[in-house]
Design a protein around this ligand. Structure first.
Ligand SMILES: [Zn+2]
Length: 259
């Protein structure tokens, strides 16, 4: 049951019998020179479509296409709400769903940068007597099959894009990962923020384009990507996610807490 394609009486009737809602959270941001900026909302949206085929009786809300991606704002086209505004938007959406009767919230998240704001929202809902699940699909997919694990804009996400919207991917633009050591002598860039110095890994806080000139980062080289990988990964994940949601919907609600 897709919220946007339902009438309000249908939603009212739904919440008379269920307090479960599944919501998508994405981002519009750099994913390397070859992937579309919408990569991080396209996957959650497809996952929710697949879940809807498997459990049409569950209510699926919209996927938010903007998230928190301040580290990427030097790559043109990246549009970031930032942590504070994403938190406000998520809290507002969830607060309205709470008013209609939602108590079990399942977030299908496509972007690591959203985690902080969604966790803040989750604590607040938890204090109001709700259960909140955060499914960071790319991490969980890597647990379902370690061969599917990936970084940012690498083979994992490129495979998802090649299955969901192949025309949005430009494999001819794919270049090397291109990490720049911009932290001074003997400080080596390793990935997002993380550098290596004498075998130890502190962080440098900086906009990503200064050290990642291509924009994709990870051990999973996008040249290995395929639509078949994307399809198998996302359908397997959706198979797991609907079973998780079945169990999650039965989880006891916590007491309300005033803070
Ligand atoms: Zn991504």
């Amino acid at each position: 049951m897709l919220l946007e394609r339902s009438t309000w009486p249908a939603v009212e009737a739904y919440f008379a019998n269920s307090d479960l809602v599944v919501l998508g959270f994405g981002s519009t941001e750099n994913h390397g020179r070859h992937n579309p900026l919408g990569t991080d909302w396209m996957a959650p949206q497809r996952i929710m479509d697949l879940m809807g085929e498997r459990r049409p009786e569950v209510l699926y809300g919209p996927t938010l296409r903007l998230g928190s991606a301040d580290h990427f704002i030097d790559y043109p086209g990246t549009l970031s709400l930032g942590d504070d505004l994403l938190h406000q938007v998520a809290a507002r959406i969830c607060g309205q769903l709470y008013h209609y009767g939602a108590r079990h919230f399942c977030f299908i998240n496509g972007h690591g940068g959203n985690t902080r704001a969604l966790t803040m929202t989750g604590y607040e809902l938890n204090d109001r007597g709700c259960q909140v699940a955060l499914l960071n699909w790319w991490k969980l997919a890597g647990e379902l099959n370690p061969a599917w694990g990936g970084g940012h804009g690498g083979a994992q996400e490129t495979s998802a894009d090649l299955w969901i919207d192949p025309e949005s991917v430009d494999m001819t633009a794919l270049g090397p990962m291109s990490l720049v050591d911009d932290g001074g002598s003997n400080i080596k860039t390793q990935g997002f923020d993380v550098v290596e110095f004498e075998g130890v890994h502190p962080s440098l806080i900086r906009r990503a384009r200064r050290y990642a000139t291509n924009g994709w980062i990870g051990k999973d080289d996008p040249r290995q990507a395929s639509a078949e990988w994307g399809e198998q990964m996302l359908t397997t994940f959706a198979d797991w996610a609907v079973k998780f949601v079945d169990a999650f919907a039965q989880s006891p609600l916590p007491p309300q807490v005033d803070r």
